[in-house]
Design a protein around this ligand. Sequence first.
Ligand SMILES: *[C@@H]1O[C@H](CO)[C@@H](O)[C@H](O)[C@H]1NC(C)=O
Ligand SMILES: *[C@@H]1O[C@H](CO)[C@@H](O)[C@H](O)[C@H]1NC(C)=O
Ligand SMILES: *[C@@H]1O[C@H](CO)[C@@H](O)[C@H](O)[C@H]1NC(C)=O
Ligand SMILES: *[C@@H]1O[C@H](CO)[C@@H](O)[C@H](O)[C@H]1NC(C)=O
Ligand SMILES: *[C@@H]1O[C@H](CO)[C@@H](O)[C@H](O)[C@H]1NC(C)=O
Length: 438
Amino acid sequence: MERRVYTLCGLLLLITVGYLNWYSSSSGSNGGGGIKIPIPWLQPRMGFVGRNSTRFVDLDDGSPVYINGWNSYWLLSSGSKDWVSEMLRRGREMGMTVCRTWAFSDGGPDALQISPGRFDEHVFEALDFVIYEARRNHIRLILCLVNNLNAFGGKAQYVRWAQAAGENVTTSSDSFFSNPTIKGYYKNYIKAILTRRNSYSGVRYFDEPAIFAWELINEPRCVSNSSAPHLQAWITEMASYIKTWDKNHLVTVGLEGFYGPQRTERLNINPGEWAASLCSDFTQNSAVEHIDFASVHAYPDSWIPRASLEEKIRYLSSWVDSHVNDSEHVLRKPVLFSEVGFHRIVKKNETYDRDILLKIVYDKVYESAKKEQAGAGALIWQLMVEGMQTYHDDFSLVARQHSPTYKLIIQQSCRLQKLFRKEAKTSIKAEGPCSKLH
Ligand SMILES: *[C@@H]1O[C@H](CO)[C@@H](O)[C@H](O)[C@H]1NC(C)=O
Ligand SMILES: *[C@@H]1O[C@H](CO)[C@@H](O)[C@H](O)[C@H]1NC(C)=O
Ligand SMILES: *[C@@H]1O[C@H](CO)[C@@H](O)[C@H](O)[C@H]1NC(C)=O
Ligand SMILES: *[C@@H]1O[C@H](CO)[C@@H](O)[C@H](O)[C@H]1NC(C)=O
Ligand SMILES: *[C@@H]1O[C@H](CO)[C@@H](O)[C@H](O)[C@H]1NC(C)=O
C-alpha cells in the first residue's frame, strides 16, 4: 500500500515537471501562444509596490523604487496579442519597469463594458492577457479606469447610459462627477475590474503584483469650474471605494497637474490662464487621503504651441520642479510624471526637440532619485511597435527607429537601476540592457 502511494507521488511529480518544462519552453520569448495555466502559484515571483512617505518602495525588501516607464494606451484595444507581447518585451529590453495603459472601453464596438455592468468576456480575456504578459516580462501596469475624453467611451458614455435609463441628467458631462446613478455605474465597474479572476493566471486583479496602481480617470476636466467641489468629492469617494476592495495597490487620480484658481502663488507655473479654469487643482486633488501618489502630465508642444524651444525648456523645468517640490514638502507623497509627450520635430542640428525636452524631465527625476525625494519617475507618451499606423498620434514613436531617443530611454533606465541595485537581483538583471553599457 505504502509503495503504491510513493509510486503515485513519483508519477505525479514527473508529470508536473514534464508539464512545466513543456510550458516554459512553449511559452518562450514571444509568448503570444496563449497557453493558459490559470494557477496563481505558478506565476513568476513578484512583490507589490507600496509607499513610505515620499518614496515608492518594494514591499518585499523596503528598497526605494524610482521609475522609468512608458505609455501604450492601446494594449487592451488593439486586439493583437503579438503587439502586446512585443511591446512589453521591448519595454523590458529598454530596462523600463512600468507601463501605463487603458483598462476601459465603454460602449461602442469591441467594448469591454457593453452597457452598465455588462461585460464582453472575450474583451476581458484580452485584458487578462495584457496583465499576464506584463508579469511574465516583469513589468508593472498602471491601469486607468475611465477616460475624461471621448475616446473609448469615456465619461460622456456614462452620461448617455444614464439618460437612456431615464435619469434626469443634463447633457453636460460634468454630471459624471455628481450624479448618484452614474457614480453607481462607475463603482460597479471598479468592483468588476478589481475582483476579476485572470483567466490566464488564475490571479484576482486585487491580488496581482504586476499591477502597479489604479488610476481613477485619465485627465479629469470639467466644462464649468463650478464643478470643482464635485470633482474633489468624487476623487475622495472613488479612491476610498477602491480601498474597500483592494488594500494591495496604490491609487492615483490621473491629473494633468494644473493648479486651480485658489493657488495664486502657483498660477504662473501653469501653461496658461485657461489651465486654472478646468476645475482640477493639483494640490487639493492629490491631497486626498486614499490618493497614494500624485500624477502630472507634460505637453509643452500642445500647451504652449507658439513658444520657442528655449521657452519650452524654461516652462518644463519649472513645471517639473514645482510639482516635485509640492509633492516633497506639501503633499508628502511621491509624484509620477505619468505622461510626457513631445512632437516629432527635427532640428537642423540633428537633434530632436523631443530629446532635449525629454532629457530635462529624466534629469530631474534622476536628481530626485539620488536624493531619494518625491520625483518618482517619468513615463513617455507613447510607444508603439511597427505596423500600428491607426494608433499613432502626434507624439507616438517606435523607439528603436529613433536612435537618440532610444538611447536616452535606456540610459535613464540604467542609471536609475544602478542607484538602487540589489545584490540578490543582479543575476536576473545581468542579461538586461544595462549590462551592455559597462
Ligand atoms: C520608511 O523609511 C524610513 C527611512 O528610510 C525607515 O526608517 C522606515 O523604517 C520606513 N518605514 C517603513 C514602514 O518601511
Ligand atoms: C431635472 O433636473 C432639473 C435640474 O437639476 C430640474 O430643474 C427639473 O425639474 C428636473 N426634472 C424632472 C422631471 O425631475
Ligand atoms: C472659477 O473661475 C473664476 C475665474 O477664473 C474664479 O474667479 C473662481 O474662483 C473659480 N471658481 C471655482 C469654484 O474654482
Ligand atoms: C519648495 O517648497 C518649499 C516649502 O514649501 C519652499 O520654501 C521653496 O521655496 C520651494 N522651492 C521652489 C523652487 O519652489
Ligand atoms: C549643435 O550641437 C553641438 C554639439 O552637440 C552643440 O555644441 C551646439 O550648441 C548645437 N547648436 C545648436 C544651434 O543647437
